[in-house]
Design a protein around this ligand. Sequence first.
Ligand code: FAD
Length: 275
Amino acid sequence: MKPAPFAYRRPGSLEEALEALAGEANAKVLAGGQSLVPLLSMRLAAPALLVDINGLPDLAAIAADATGVRIGALARHADVLASPDVRRVQPLVPLALAHVAHATIRNRGTTVGSIVHADAAAEMPVVLRVLGGSVEAASVRGRRTIPAEELFLGPLESSLAHDEVAVSAHVPALPVGAGVAFDEIARRHGDYALVGAAALVDGDTVRVGYLSVNDVPTVVDLGGVPLEDVGEAALAHLEPVGDIHATAAYRAQLVRVLTERVVRAAYAMAGQEGP
Ligand code: FAD
């Protein structure tokens, strides 16, 4: 299919982009286009106006310091994955990004676009949730920071307003002595996961986030739970759904296996044995 007709603007400044979004209620930001363009072609989205932010190179910055990593809206998955600073400051980001799609898609798709697209089957929303990160949004009304726990409202639905651009995402640094791990099961490497899990172990805190289990990225606290029980304990907080890709029972089994696997790996990185 071909997209429905739409107007197209490629602003030369962020202010111009925000004005364009404020002037059309049915407008969409175009970043890497790796999710939006297929949706347009299938006519699952029919915006009146596309505001292409690819003419704003200032939004491509990736900055890391002792507090964490700030990823600009135009930083491509491939650039974030290749950044030694990101790997050093928050290794969960590259661990998860290595599972996002294929090299060609990672060359164009943006990490911030993936977060605000809010697909419950995507890796980066879960990483943001587990780490307690945030998104900075800009509009003609000013700027605001949206914490990850307030960002994901439903399937492909975020709390970003229609006239806001997510200018960056921030993930906190890995604390000294903490550990992280990521793993997923997909039919082929690069496919969307049947189930995926990301773990953070920091002292007594054990947080595990799940993709492709529920409608939104879901995080479960498993601090103090014996390692052999973490899978079952996680399932008490989750309701795996069945679809054409996997039954609910199969997803539940993947939750059991992946939870224990990522929690053990995160404890190992933290240099702890675990309960
Ligand atoms: P776009 O497609 O440009 O936009 C997506 C949505 O987000 C649109 O609604 C757009 O308006 C909005 N948006 C984007 N950026 C902003 C912004 N800065 N401010 C406000 N709104 C914004 N993803 C995974 O996570 N895991 C996978 O395994 C995976 N596999 C894929 C396989 C294929 C074959 C394809 C085509 C894509 C796959 N993807 C996967 C999606 C890919 O990661 C996309 O790059 C990503 O989901 C969206 O990023 P984008 O920059 O392409 O956003």
